[in-house]
Write a protein that binds this ligand. Structure first.
Ligand SMILES: [Zn+2]
Length: 922
């Protein structure tokens, strides 16, 4: 008896109880293949070991020829669309929602899957969720009624990071399964939840990565013969598409627009980097402004997934100790920022679809460009240790396949959907409460709002803030009369952000000073992002409740009208630090512009140093008006020192291995219409740079090492061509190379040295500023590194301008300016050359304006910008990065000025150490 009892128990334990009790016929071929592709029995689950057949409804194999997770198969954007359209055509439970196009013209689509009735009622449900998202005017009783009939949307995004190749494959199978599988669990999911998914979150990068994979990575056999990744994913950036806090990129704007139209209460972003499945639980540091409900929901879900998956016997499923809840800039945070719930996975990807032996604890899926191994936010030690949050750790050595990855991801998300379906009204209730609490907290907790005063010298940077808030759905109003608050009096027309609105908490998060809660904590990304400081614009926080009653007109988009007064022969454009001054110069590049070197007053208009002069014309007037610039006309040019403002022949240098920070500079230059050639090692090594260029800009790259910048991707003897061909049409974009490895090498350094000595201007930003010091282009300047104790992920700090008359500072009226700490070099110049220091870091505790800088004293009096004369030319080294992720628009004028005034820097010998410049320039 005893024996048979044990036997029957074990049969019970192995029985696939709730999951496959369907009478549907099953796809035997699928079951056979996925078993074969799964490298250990415990990497499978009863949720994904079978696939039901449904007459007339195609699987991916019917349309594409293979199942998700098949070895060496990755699906491109057009094929993803083809599959989903075939599925939608065959099933009334599936609908395609077009969501715009990308930089390169690929389509973004969202696929909705639910039961027929929910799909039919999508628009009504959209309206219901919109009411819960903005419950003003809604009584609790009304809200209850809506909650009783509405369905939560659970939205998945996958493939945001192109090297993380699995999610777009898995999502196709998930959509099919949700559409056809016929068991109580699926019935309940379809009845209670509307599941949505992006086909792929970064379509341009998907196609480029798949082309690169098919060309090179498909022959990788193990993690020790890794091929470098492709030089580009999207048009401009790699991983930073998940750090685009101001939604500069078209594709990221598509998703935000979609979010604000549909209001999914849950958004789940699928990444790959950690073994075998990490599920985000919102660990500390947490942004305390977000609703406490959110912080309860996050571990609720992650613990449920662990419960299910560990119950299935799957190892390596864990939570905690990786990503935290501090920065609001990740793409998926659009959900928690708007009172929804962000969810996130990291699963174990091989950077392609090859099966290979992996050692856990190694690098990211794309050999370093992936999310940092080990977890910056983590304190959990090695990935293979048992911890309270990792009861069954991943294996140290494992053979891993794309299908394993698919099994883990799909089992996890199905568990999350099971939970959502079981508690769909709790999800909706919490969504409503978080929205309501956001409004209420704005009425009861200071700050009650923010004022962006009218009348600031440059209102275009104010407009940038306002329009970014508007993009996020935050309401902004224009005061109809003078505003009196306890903080001060502000003119009519000032912009007012009230906190008693659905996204009032997000407004606070974006505009306030970031008080990092505990200097002992680390975080995954930046600690500071305060928009007013980043834009060098005045934003006043108000603890005065009266701000809630200020009469305003709602602002849709804030346009700053340009103004040109007078009808004289010469137009003088006010230098007010507007970034569009660079646009003006480039849009009218054939005209002769001059910059005045001393302030001048014309009637009641102040023309600070750096103001531009150009011959008046209707075209000049219309461009000034388009760009929101302020100008007057004069009968003749004022009699003050001035110089010609020529458009330089500008090159932007990029390595092949670090194009991302360059990409942000390219984005800014394209936005402001600055003309440049993007050049690579190929052009540098050809030499004779001075014949083609006046200025070479080296944006931050090389991971803070001169050597890494110069030698770039290590050559292992085999060339990797990045060229376009019929088979690989997405390669060769933004530059071509027969071999992306090897870097410019010492021969390249010699060419840059020649360029400078022959009169060129070399400008280095952030981490690239190690290179001129380390390779001796600037022999007097040293570049040191901060100590191991120093920790400063992107705080905003003070910088002190020492040479206010240098053209780099045209448009800056303060001596102290806020800058983002860029992790650049600690520069040192000898005392006798201190006159080369244009700006420095005061480096005191009070000079940390927002975010965390641990070890601020290490930066004390270190140069922030130096202008070093070398031969006939100059090397300008920024320890800051004046063009960072479309965020620090207040620093950008320093970069634009350094380019536009390239041949008008003060002569070093004639420049006194401080005070007004006596230098006479041409
Ligand atoms: Zn990722």
């Amino acid at each position: 008896m005893k024996l048979s009892r044990i036997a029957s128990l074990s049969i019970l334990a192995l029985a696939p109880f709730a999951y496959t009790q369907s009478t549907q016929s099953q796809d035997d071929e699928y079951a056979k293949l996925v078993k074969q592709w799964t490298t250990k029995p415990e990497f499978m689950s009863p949720l994904v070991d079978h696939l039901p057949k449904a007459p007339g409804i195609p699987t991916t194999r019917d349309v594409l020829g293979y199942y998700a997770g098949a070895p060496k198969k990755l699906t491109k954007v057009a094929e993803l669309g083809k599959y989903y359209r075939a599925l939608a055509a065959a099933s009334k439970r599936v609908k395609i929602l077009p969501t715009g196009t990308t930089d390169e013209g690929r389509e973004c689509i969202v696929i909705a899957v639910s039961d027929e009735e929910n799909i039919r009622n999508l628009d009504a449900n959209k309206a219901a969720l919109a009411k819960l998202a903005d419950p003003r005017g809604l009584s609790d009783a009304d809200a209850k009624k809506i909650i009783a009939s509405a369905k939560p949307i659970y939205m998945f995004t996958g493939g945001l990071h192109s090297a993380e190749t699995g999610p777009p494959e898995m999502l196709m199978e998930l959509a099919y399964r949700l559409a056809v599988e016929d068991t109580p669990m699926y019935d309940q999911i379809r009845k209670n939840v509307i599941v949505m998914m992006s086909a792929v979150a970064e379509p341009d990068g998907r196609d480029r990565y798949v082309d690169w994979y098919n060309r090179y990575k498909i022959s990788e056999e193990g993690e020790n013969d890794r091929v470098p990744g492709p030089p580009y994913w999207g048009k401009y950036i790699f991983h930073d598409n998940n750090r685009d806090i101001n939604y500069s990129q078209i594709t990221m704007r598509n998703w935000l627009k979609f979010y604000l139209e549909w209001h999914p209460p849950i958004m789940h972003d699928l990444h790959e980097s950690q073994p075998f499945l990490y599920t985000f639980s919102g660990q500390s540091p947490q942004n305390p402004t977000l609703d406490p409900i959110l912080y309860a929901e996050l571990p609720w879900f992650s613990n449920f997934e662990m419960t299910k998956m560990i119950g299935f016997g799957m190892p390596g499923v864990w939570t905690h100790a990786f990503v935290d809840m501090w920065s609001p800039g990740y793409l998926g945070f659009m959900s928690s920022n708007h009172n929804g719930m962000l969810r996130m996975y990291e699963t174990f990807g091989n950077g392609g679809a090859n099966t290979m032996k992996r050692t856990v604890g190694g690098g990211g899926p794309d050999g370093g460009a992936g999310e940092a191994a080990g977890g910056r936010g983590g304190r959990g030690g090695g990935m293979t240790s048992r911890e309270w949050y990792r009861p069954v750790p991943p294996y140290r050595n494992v053979e891993w396949s794309m299908r394993n990855n698919t099994n883990f991801m799909e089992t996890g998300v199905l568990s999350a959907l099971e939970l959502t379906a079981g508690f769909s009204s709790t999800i909706l209730e919490n969504f409503y409460k978080k929205s309501r609490n956001s409004i209420e907290s704005g009425k009861t907790e200071a700050p009650y709002g923010y004022v962006l005063p009218a009348g600031q010298a440059d209102m275009t940077r104010v407009a940038f803030i306002v329009n970014t808030l508007r993009l996020q759905g935050i309401e902004v109003g224009r005061a109809t009369a003078e505003v009196k608050l306890k903080e001060g009096t502000y003119p009519a027309g000032s912009l007012i952000v009230k906190r008693n609105q659905p996204y009032g908490r997000l407004a606070k998060i974006l505009l306030e000073k970031q008080n990092f809660p505990d200097p002992a904590l680390t975080t995954y990304d930046d600690t500071g992002w305060t928009m007013g400081l980043m834009s060098n614009a005045q934003v006043q926080e108000s603890a005065d409740k009266a701000i809630l009653d200020v009469a305003v007109q709602p602002v849709d988009q804030l346009a700053i009208p340009g103004l040109l007064k007078g009808s004289g022969a010469v137009t003088a454009i006010v230098q007010n630090g507007a970034n569009s001054l660079a646009t003006l110069r480039y849009r009218l590049k054939d005209q002769k512009f001059e910059a005045i070197e001393q302030a001048y007053k014309s009637g009641d208009v102040d023309l600070p140093a750096g103001s531009l002069l150009v011959a008046s014309s209707p075209r000049v007037k219309s461009v000034i008006e388009e760009l929101g610039l302020q100008a007057v006309t004069l009968a003749q040019a004022p009699n003050v020192p001035k110089h010609l403002l020529e458009v330089p022949r500008l090159a932007v240098f990029t390595t092949w291995g670090g194009t991302q920070d360059v990409g942000w500079v390219r984005y800014a230059f394209d936005h402001y219409e600055v003309n440049y050639d993007l050049i690579y090692k190929e052009r540098i090594k050809k030499g004779n740079l001075r014949a083609d260029y006046d200025v070479i800009l080296v944006p931050s790259q090389g991971r803070g090492s001169g050597k890494a910048l110069i030698f770039d991707i290590e050559s292992k003897g085999k060339p990797y061509a990045y060229t376009k061909s019929a088979d690989f049409p997405s390669l060769g974009a933004y530059g071509e190379s027969e071999d992306i490895t090897g870097g410019m090498g010492l021969a390249g350094v010699a060419e840059l040295d020649k360029f400078v000595n022959q009169g060129g201007v070399l400008i280095t930003l952030g981490g690239s500023s190690f290179f001129p010091a380390e390779f001796g282009l600037t022999r007097n300047v040293d570049a040191a590194r901060t100590s191991a104790q120093f920790y400063a992920p992107g705080p905003i700090v003070e910088a002190e301008i020492l040479k206010p008359t240098h053209p780099i500072f045209y448009g800056y009226t303060q001596k102290i300016v806020p800058v983002r700490w860029a992790g650049g070099p600690l520069l040192r110049v000898p005392t006798e050359d201190r006159k080369q220091i244009l700006m420095q870091f005061p480096g005191t505790d009070k000079s940390v304006l927002s975010g965390l800088m641990r070890g601020v004293a290490e930066t004390r009096n270190r140069p922030a910008v130096v202008d070093v004369p070398v031969g006939q030319g100059h090397v300008v080294m920024f320890a800051t990065n004046p063009c960072y992720r479309w965020q620090n628009l207040g620093e950008f004028p320093m970069l634009a000025n350094s380019i536009l005034n390239f041949n008008d820097y003060p002569k070093a010998d004639a420049t006194p150490a401080a005070g007004p410049s006596a230098a006479a320039n041409h």
